[in-house]
Ligand binder design. Structure first.
Ligand code: DGL
Length: 294
């Protein structure tokens, strides 16, 4: 296959990666994209690393045979577990995950070096954000928290208002402290990882930056913002990955026929179309989505 001028492949475990695609399309409007949502096997966030690697390789295979010239792993969980395996299988294709760009944005946003990261169970337990942040700033302190319910809430469209804010408060209050409007229960488990090289000075107990380390979380921005102290900066990996892709594609090839997206999913075109509106702003039609087997 001649890949010059081929589309950019984007895959995710389902519909959440549309937040990344939306940002990519506005940053690179002349590009053609193929989006694949593995809706038959979503969520990846609660699966084992071995399953996420297997599914990610299958998603990549399906996009590679369609002639993509660059692969964006829009799913944070897949980026956390499968990036090395993907790069090993396809060394000739630029492969961009969302974790490195998100970590870089967080490190430049944080003034104190204490950064909070939220994501799926798998992303947080795997420690990929923590490692990526420490590679960029060995003195950073990272507080990481899985926020699994946010995924279902986003797909349900419960993205703001009292329910969304109550759940956001329940997850985030243990990190950012009571006394800023929370209910004070704080039952969530928080992993605090401090690199062994940090001697002094200790970073403040409350992070000044929060990384939204999951495709679904940008749509909950208003609810998350509402329960955070005002000084905390929110970093969205969807926004930062576009510039990483643009940098990677310093190629001459601008497709002559302008932009556009081919939509692929592994199950449920009707649900994909319905839920897509939450993440894209405008809902797709079910007949625009091709269902494929991996
Ligand atoms: N796309 C996933 C992520 O960004 C969230 C949904 C899932 O668990 O599959 O981690």
């Amino acid at each position: 296959l001649n890949r010059r001028g081929g589309p950019i492949g984007v895959f995710d475990s389902g519909v959440g990666g549309l937040t990344v695609l939306k940002t990519l399309r506005s940053a690179l409007p002349a590009e053609r994209f193929i989006y694949l949502g593995d809706t038959a096997r979503v969520p990846y966030g609660t699966k084992s690393a071995a399953s996420v690697v297997k599914y990610s390789l299958q998603c990549a295979d399906a996009l590679i045979v369609r002639g993509i010239r660059c692969l964006v792993v829009a799913c944070n969980t897949a980026s956390a577990f499968a990036l090395d395996a993907l790069r090993l299988r396809y060394p000739e294709i630029p492969i961009i995950g969302v974790i490195e760009p998100g970590a870089a944005a967080a490190v430049s946003a944080s003034r104190t070096g204490h950064i909070a990261v939220i994501g799926t169970e798998g992303t947080i337990a795997g420690g990929a954000y923590q490692a990526a942040i420490h590679r960029l700033n060995g003195r950073a302190r990272v507080t990481a928290q899985a926020c699994s319910l946010f995924v279902a809430m986003a797909e349900e469209g419960w993205i703001d208002g009292p329910v969304a804010e109550a759940v956001a408060r329940r997850y985030l209050e243990p990190i950012f402290g009571a006394g800023w409007g929370g209910a004070g229960r704080g039952a969530a488990v928080t992993a605090v990882i401090v690199p062994p090289t940090v001697l002094e000075p200790p970073q403040p107990a409350v992070p000044d930056t929060l990384v939204l380390g999951c495709t679904h979380f940008p749509v909950l921005h208003a609810a998350i913002r509402a329960v955070l102290p005002a000084h905390v900066r929110i970093v969205d990996s969807a926004a930062t990955v576009a510039s990483a892709v643009a940098g990677e594609l310093a190629l001459p090839a601008q497709p002559p026929d302008g932009g556009g997206v081919i939509w692929l999913a592994t199950d449920g075109a009707a649900r994909f179309a319905r839920v897509s509106g939450i993440f894209l702003g405008t809902a797709l039609r079910a007949d625009e989505i091709e269902i494929i087997d991996l």
